[in-house]
Design a protein around this ligand. Structure first.
Ligand code: FMN
Length: 331
């Protein structure tokens, strides 16, 4: 989970039998290497490193950005005229860092890795898990050489992993329909993710044909996740319909708590968000200010539809309870 991948969370999950994970999107290569060094010092169990495959450079519309900046100034500090210029770390350098760390698994989201990187992963014996959100994307991933597809239902917290950003709101498939459809369409193992946060969800995913389940929001209240307390506390009171998919934080569609800012920024009279990553840069001042003031209504509070199932308990207890309950349901 980019921005929510504290080493302590992965260490706790790995040492209790799960797979650790680092969403490295926002990390410079040196930070990726430091993350892996810290995790390896505390656990010899497997983990994955994850990157977003970059979209083509966005078309800039300065007049439209100006409208968004004016709107955002009602929700936080004035937005600097250069705020939309911020770009994520260099993808190629991040890929090199992944190869240097050489974890057992590297995963992708928002698209497919280039063929030369896939070949380099393969040469080092690193498995490639490709996140997909439709049957068509799963087929493309398999054809491109993915070893596993991670199937993301539209219930999921955080960004939707659609290859084509424009389709995110039009191809919203729930996990109950998506898992069996992908299991029938590909020959590689399928991991289910999106709205799974307890043994019932994992058991259902396995019955639908998944080989494993991936959990995001369900770990966000664990102390090892070190989440902002205002966000962690708000998850406990978030109903499935209390979340919303929008582009108002980053310009890419993602599911968050439907806060006051999300509702206002998605109202018909609000300016259309700028494309990714421009909108992320434009909202950065508001998000930082909101975090300082512990104001969840303006924070980027990602949340899946099962947010209320997340427990404020040590991650090891969460993993063990979920697996125990899964086994009980399946035997
Ligand atoms: C805070 C947050 C950050 C996320 N960042 C990433 C990411 O960087 N890469 C990725 O592949 N998925 C990311 N996801 C999506 C998860 O991989 C997964 O699809 C999602 O958490 C599953 O839904 P759930 O949150 O209901 O468990 C993120 C999810 C959350 C909640």
């Amino acid at each position: 989970m980019a921005g929510a991948s504290a080493p302590s969370l992965s260490i706790a999950v790995m040492n209790s039998g799960g797979l650790g994970a680092c969403g490295a999107l926002l990390m410079q290569p040196s930070s990726i290497i430091d993350w892996a060094t810290e995790v390896r010092a505390a656990s010899d169990r497997p983990f994955q490193l994850n990157l977003w495959v970059p979209d083509p450079a966005p078309a800039r519309d300065i007049a439209a950005e100006e409208e968004v900046r004016r709107f955002l100034a009602q929700w936080g500090p004035e937005v600097a005229s250069t705020a939309g210029d911020a770009v994520p770390p260099d993808f190629t350098a991040q890929c090199d860092a992944l190869l240097e760390v050489a974890p057992p698994i590297v995963s992708s989201v928002m698209g497919l890795y280039p063929a030369d990187f896939v070949a380099r992963l393969r040469a080092r014996g690193i498995a490639w898990f490709a996140n997909v959100s439709t049957v068509a994307e799963a087929r493309l991933a398999e054809a491109a050489g993915a070893d596993v597809v991670v199937v993301q239902g539209m219930e999921a917290g955080g960004h939707r992993g659609c290859f084509d950003a424009d389709k995110a709101e039009h191809e919203m498939v729930g996990l109950f329909a998506l898992v069996p459809a992908v299991v029938d369409a590909v020959h590689i193992p399928v991991v289910a993710t999106g709205g799974i946060a307890d043994g019932r969800g994992v058991a259902a995913a396995l019955l639908l044909g998944a080989s494993a389940a991936q959990i995001g929001t369900g770990f966000l209240r664990c102390p090892e996740a070190k989440l902002h307390p205002a966000w962690a506390d708000a998850l406990a009171n978030t109903s499935p319909e209390g979340t919303a998919v929008s582009r108002v934080f980053s310009g890419r569609a993602g599911r968050s708590i439907a806060t006051d800012y999300v509702r206002a920024a998605t109202a018909p009279d609000a300016p259309k968000p700028a494309p990714y990553p421009v909108q992320r840069g434009l909202t950065s001042a508001m998000r930082e200010n909101a975090a300082k003031q512990s104001d969840v209504q303006r924070m980027q509070a990602w949340a899946g539809q099962s947010a209320a199932l997340a427990r404020a308990e040590p991650a090891a207890d969460v993993v063990q309870r979920i697996w125990h309950n899964t086994e009980a349901l399946l035997t």
